[in-house]
Each structure stands twice: as C-alpha cells, then as structure tokens.
Design a protein around this ligand. Structure first.
Ligand code: GLA
Length: 380
C-alpha cells in the first residue's frame, strides 16, 4: 500500500515541529479527489465514478491541557482558534466543522493542529472537502468518538452546506472510501458504492489545472441545482412518479425545447447513461471507448449544463486534436478548475507547446500532473 508515500511538505513540517519538542498524538492524511465521469449528478441521484488521489492534506495534532482548539495553516501562514473571527476561507471551513460538532453535542478536547497540503487550491480537486473530512477524522481520533465513516461524511457535508454550497456527497465519499488502484462507483440514491478496478497499464489520467480558480460557493453551482430541480418538478406535473434515475428522452420532450430546464435535465439523463457505459469500457479495458465518453461528457457540461469556461473549452478543443490522448473533459464543479485527461502511454504529443500556447492566449500558467487512484483518509 501507498499510505506512507512521502510528502516533502509533511516531512518538513514534522521536522520543524520535532525540533520544538512537539510530539504529535496523531497525523492524518486526507486526499483530494478526481472524477472520471458523472459530473453534476451526485445531487440528482446519479451514479458517479470518482477516486481519491495521492495529493493530500496533512494534519499533525497534539492534545493540550486547555479546552482551546487551535489550527495553524502552514500554507497560509496563519492561525485560527475557536471563538475568534475568521479572516480566511480555510478558517471558515474549520469553524463550520466545529459548529456541526458542537451541534451534535460531541465533546472536544483542546488541541493544536498543524495543516499542510499538496492539493492544489481552487483546482476542482476538492481541497475544501479534504479539509473538512481530514479535520473531522482528527477530532474523531483524538476525542475517541469512534464515529464511522458515514457519520463523519454526513458532518463534513453539513459543514460545507453551512457555508452555502448545496453540494452532493461525491467528494466526501471518495475521500473516505478511496482505495489504491480503484475508483469508487457511488450510487447517489442510497450512497452505496462498488470499487471499480482501474488497470493502470491501460488507463492513465492526467490533470490539467487551468489556473482559473473557482470558489463554488460564489459560483452558479447552486442555481444549476435549482434549475434541474425545477425541470423535475415540471416533468412531475405530467408524470407524478418520475425521478431523476427514471428519466428518459420521452420525459425531456415534455419540457420546452432548448429551455434552461430542458438543457439541464438532458445533461443529467445523458451523464447518468455515460457513467454506465464508462464502467463497461473500463471493465472491457477499452480506453478508446472511455475517451470518447469523456469528450461527450464535456460537451454536455459545456452546452447543456453550462458550467465550463472559455479557458477549459480551449484546452478541450486543443486536446481533441492531440493524438497522444484518448479523451478529456472538465472536472469538478466547473467555472474553472481542472481538466481530466485520459492519456496514451507516452502522454501528450507536446505538453510544453500546449502550456506555451495556453499562456499566450490566457496569460495563465498551465499545471499538468498525473493522478492515480489512492487510498482515502488514513491516520499515519
Ligand atoms: C463539487 C461538489 C460535488 C459535485 C461536483 C460536480 O465538487 O462538491 O458534490 O456536485 O461539484 O460533480
């Protein structure tokens, strides 16, 4: 297993803390997540296929005598303690987690936590969920609550809701249930899941971070959810029993063609179908088939769900012409963030050229890195 793979940032932090005589009671690693396919359907009872990635957030914690919970962010060079005003968004997430914990009447011992991270921020790989899930895991460990993963997922998700994002639970499930070498096929109707083995000799994924940072809380994420809910209400005016998972092309035809609701529901319907086809392509070791599904998913997210942005669309248009890849699409909540790309053995034909052209067009640096299915939240 890869659980002990080194992180230079974690090593540096541990060394610095040890030189000050800080002996941790617990060290937690919480990964970011990628998503092969199944975008914007986790809050529509869809099937999604994310995986935990190796890039992680690390929490080094020591109990202390007072009741105070103190958190230090190495990356932001700032400290927050419970009761203080928050001045940064990472503090808002931590504060929100503590509010949920207090609401649940869980006893919290005083502790000092140091956080550092290899997960790119605002890149659509769910650094905020890693922060909430990892911090909850720390509290569960040091306070010996003995809560199970699903209870921690419910609290992590409630904390993010508290900040205004009406998200689904795909991120938290993949962060907690990720396994090395497998993606998590999550059924968002009842949150049961099945691990899907990803043969790394056949399926290699890269992420392209567009550098367009997104904060979903301040994006149109919630309005997309409202729109698709409205679409279902309209269908139910004709067919009371309809639900997202039973939608067919016939139901979509009940809506005014090209209306916002028609487009949103068309995405949900087609994306749910693509997830099933993608699982079959993975099981049949068919990267060409999977690549085509990724492109189709992107077109649907771009045209029907309208959550892409010019930079990401430009990248996809470029990648369509690159014979070094099988397929690509925008990943995560959208409005920026990253592209997930299924690459052939040798990868892009000319990634340096792509980065140069991208910078010339948009004045932004393109960051490209490989991702593999890794283990979910762990104590090291
Ligand atoms: C964000 C949300 C997830 C999911 C994705 C889009 O990451 O947190 O719940 O909706 O966007 O698939």
């Amino acid at each position: 297993m890869n659980t002990n793979r080194k992180s230079a940032k974690l090593d540096a932090l541990l060394e610095r803390l040890s030189s000050r005589g800080f002996v941790p009671d617990c060290v937690v690693k919480a990964p970011g997540r990628a998503n092969i396919i199944g975008e914007h359907i986790d809050y529509c009872e869809g099937m999604v296929l994310p995986f935990a990635i190796e890039q992680s957030m690390y929490f080094v914690t020591k109990r202390h005598a007072s009741d105070l919970v103190v958190i230090n962010s190495e990356d932001y060079q700032s400290t927050w303690q419970e009761g203080q005003a928050t001045t940064d968004s990472w503090m808002d997430y931590i504060r929100q987690v503590l509010l949920v914990v207090r609401k649940n009447n869980l006893l919290v011992t005083g502790c000092e936590v140091y956080v550092t991270s290899d997960i790119p921020i605002g890149a659509g790989v769910s650094s905020s969920s890693a922060l909430c899930c990892g911090f909850l895991c720390v509290l569960n460990e040091i306070n010996k609550w003995q809560l199970g993963k699903n209870e921690l997922i419910a609290m992590a998700s409630e904390a993010e809701y508290g900040l205004g994002l009406r998200g689904g639970k795909m991120d938290q499930y993949s962060i907690f249930y990720g396994e090395e070498g497998s993606a998590v096929l999550l059924d968002c109707r009842d949150h049961t899941y099945r691990l899907i083995k990803i043969d790394q000799a056949v399926f290699q994924f890269m992420l392209l971070d567009s550098g367009v940072q997104h904060s979903l809380v301040h994006s149109d994420y919630n309005s997309r959810r409202d729109e698709v809910e409205r679409a279902l209400v309209q269908v139910r005016e004709v067919e009371q029993e309809a639900c997202y998972r039973s939608i067919t092309a016939r139901h979509i035809d009940l809506l005014a063609e090209h209306s916002v609701e028609w487009k949103r529901l068309r995405h949900v319907y087609s994306e749910i179908n693509r997830v099933g086809l993608a699982v079959a392509a993975i099981e049949q070791k068919d990267p060409i088939g999977l690549g085509q599904l990724l492109f189709k998913s992107h077109y649907s997210l771009r045209d029907d769900y309208e959550v892409s942005c010019p930079e990401i669309d430009w990248l996809i248009a470029y990648l369509e012409q690159d014979r070094g890849i099988y397929g690509a699409r925008m990943m995560g909540g959208g409005f920026g963030g990253s592209v997930i790309c299924l690459v052939k053995e040798k990868g892009f034909q000319n990634s340096a050229l792509l980065a140069r052209l991208y910078e010339k067009n948009f004045g932004r640096r393109l960051q490209t890195y490989p991702v593999q299915c890794a283990i979910g939240v762990t104590t090291l």
